[in-house]
Design a protein around this ligand. Structure first.
Ligand code: FAD
Length: 502
């Protein structure tokens, strides 16, 4: 059926994952007069934590920093399983009435900014038809990878393989691997999660990697956090643990950057201690890069090392030559038998939910823009996106971004300006990559992402303390953000206002 009326909102949030639900909370609390809706492409909220269903799915950073600033994480485990994180997101949405604002099955495809009306027209695919909405501010909380499919290289001979090949992003609900020989291809966070979990019931699990990753073990439970929670009010205990973990993370990251050799030695010494003197740590756990040139892999309570030590799992470092009917043959000539092969080969990164943007009819090429404070884009008005840290928990930055967006919106109301656009000043240049990770999944797509400059506010710090100062306390009207298009000059609101609830 053709759409008759185009609903209008002050803010449209795209995505009902951890970031989108958090954004709605901040908006309701700090900019409460705004109407908003959340457009979610899938049929459920939770994003990553609803999509990924592979065995053992869990966070690889602690929930005291992956949790929202406003909602204490109260479970005993700091490294939490996927279903607990999903529950936490859902609880946030229902406790705050955010769930009533979500429009499911709305996959956003286009967004066109019109300066005259100071509004975005957003087009989404819904039930096979295109629906339109308008809004004055667009907040992309669409994550950073494609939901269509994960990254999956083709291997020679796959068609001959008699077993099952699965990707962690599309885990078959009924896959029975108990008593089976499993090969997990990959060495990232997903592989190190899957291997010990599958090893509990599989005949054997082989982690097959081309090259090693730094793996660090931490207790799944944070003793200090649990002690504080027993003694103090939940919010105070949470905030103290959050700051402890933020600071420890920053100290460790800075040490890794300043003294890479020493950090490397310490990580490898820990691995040697876990796996014993006879294990070939050099081949299987010693990367060719420095710590934090790629994301470190965290394992809780030594689970990966225990699985290897018990013989239930093993690591092979080699290249695949081809699949055979009964497994995989490696470049070295070795063959590994397999009934199930898991391609933990990664994600396909995607810029802003794969949406096409245009400003006054001119398509936005994000790779030609500079990112402002890591969340808005040069010459693109009234658009923000939520993108977390690479060296710390995602939500630390997402929360700061939401806080800043509310301040920006409130400033626009106070000054009667309808348009906020980051504009480069003379000399504001830069062509640094959005992410400075050497990982394959980053290198495959980073050329499509916005660039960063070499100085504030175009530089991404990947540093919570610096961002806290810049985003929470820094001036909104900083000379780079241009406030234009006053209410008095423009036409009134674009369309008759819809109700606040979606
Ligand atoms: C397996 C896995 C484990 C992770 N573990 C951690 C961790 O421990 N710590 C950490 O900091 N980070 C981790 N991450 C990164 C993680 O994605 C973030 O922490 C966080 O979940 C991101 O939340 P988000 O809401 O921004 O994005 P997502 O969770 O990706 O949610 C985005 C939502 O937007 C929707 N969407 C996307 N495009 C559109 C569109 N065009 N139209 C409509 N809807 C759209 C999606 O359907 C989805 O619901 C992990 C990622 C993965 C894949």
């Amino acid at each position: 059926m053709a759409q008759t009326e185009i609903p209008h909102f002050d803010v449209v949030i795209v995505g009902a994952g951890l970031s989108g639900i958090g954004a709605a909370f901040h908006l309701q609390k700090h900019s409460p007069d705004r109407t908003y809706t959340i457009l979610e492409g899938r049929a459920a909220m939770g994003g990553t934590w609803d999509l990924f269903r592979y065995p053992g799915i869990r966070s690889d950073s602690d929930m005291y920093t992956l949790g929202y600033v406003f909602k204490p994480w109260k479970e005993a485990k700091a490294i939490a399983d996927g279903p607990s994180i999903l529950r936490y997101v859902r609880e946030t949405a229902s406790e705050n009435g955010i769930d009533r604002h979500i429009r499911y099955g709305h996959m956003v495809k286009r967004a066109d900014w019109d300066t005259e009306t100071a509004a975005w027209t957003v087009e989404a695919e819904h039930d096979g038809a295109t629906v339109k909405l308008t809004c004055n501010f667009l907040f992309m909380c669409s994550g950073y990878y494609s939901y269509k499919s994960g990254y999956r290289p083709e291997f020679a001979g796959e068609a001959d393989f008699k077993g099952v090949i699965v990707h962690p992003q599309a885990w078959p609900e009924d896959l029975d691997y108990s008593g089976k020989k499993v090969v997990v291809i990959g060495s990232g966070a997903t592989a190190v999660t899957l291997v010990p979990e599958m090893a509990k019931t599989a005949a054997h699990v082989t982690m097959l990697q081309r090259s090693p990753t730094y793996v660090v073990s931490r207790p799944a439970e944070d003793g200090v956090a649990n002690w504080l929670r027993a003694k103090l009010p939940p919010m105070l205990a949470y905030q103290m643990t959050r700051w402890k973990n933020v600071l420890l993370g920053m100290v460790f990251f800075n040490m890794a950057r300043k003294r890479p050799e020493k950090t490397k030695e310490r990580i490898l010494a820990m691995v040697r201690e876990k796996l014993g003197p006879d294990y070939d740590v050099e081949t299987h756990f010693t990367p060719r890069y420095n710590p934090w040139d790629q994301r470190l892999c965290l394992v809780p309570d030594d689970d990966l090392f225990d699985a290897i030590s018990s013989g239930a799992a093993s690591v092979v470092t080699d290249h695949i030559d081809q699949f055979t009917p009964t497994g995989v043959r490696l470049k070295s000539g070795q063959e590994i038998e397999a009934d199930v092969v898991v391609t933990a080969t990664g994600l396909n990164l995607e810029v802003l939910g794969g949406t096409q943007f245009a400003v006054d009819g001119k398509p936005v090429v994000f790779s030609e823009t500079l990112a402002y404070k890591g969340m808005m884009y040069s010459d693109v008005p009234n658009l923000a996106s939520s993108f977390g840290y690479t060296n710390a928990s995602w939500t630390l930055k997402a929360d700061l971004t939401c806080g800043y967006v509310c301040r920006l919106l409130n400033h626009m109301t106070e000054t009667g300006m309808r348009q906020a656009t980051p504009v480069r000043r003379p000399g504001d240049e830069g062509d640094e990559a959005w992410l400075d990770f050497s990982s394959g999944y980053v290198q495959r797509s980073v050329h499509l992402f916005p660039k960063q400059g070499n100085k504030a506010p175009w530089k991404q710090h990947q540093n919570y303390a610096k961002d806290l100062i810049a985003l929470k306390f820094g001036k909104v009207d900083d000379g780079v953000m241009r406030f234009t298009n006053p209410l008095s000059l423009g036409k009134p609101a674009v369309q008759p206002r819809a109700s606040a609830a979606a």
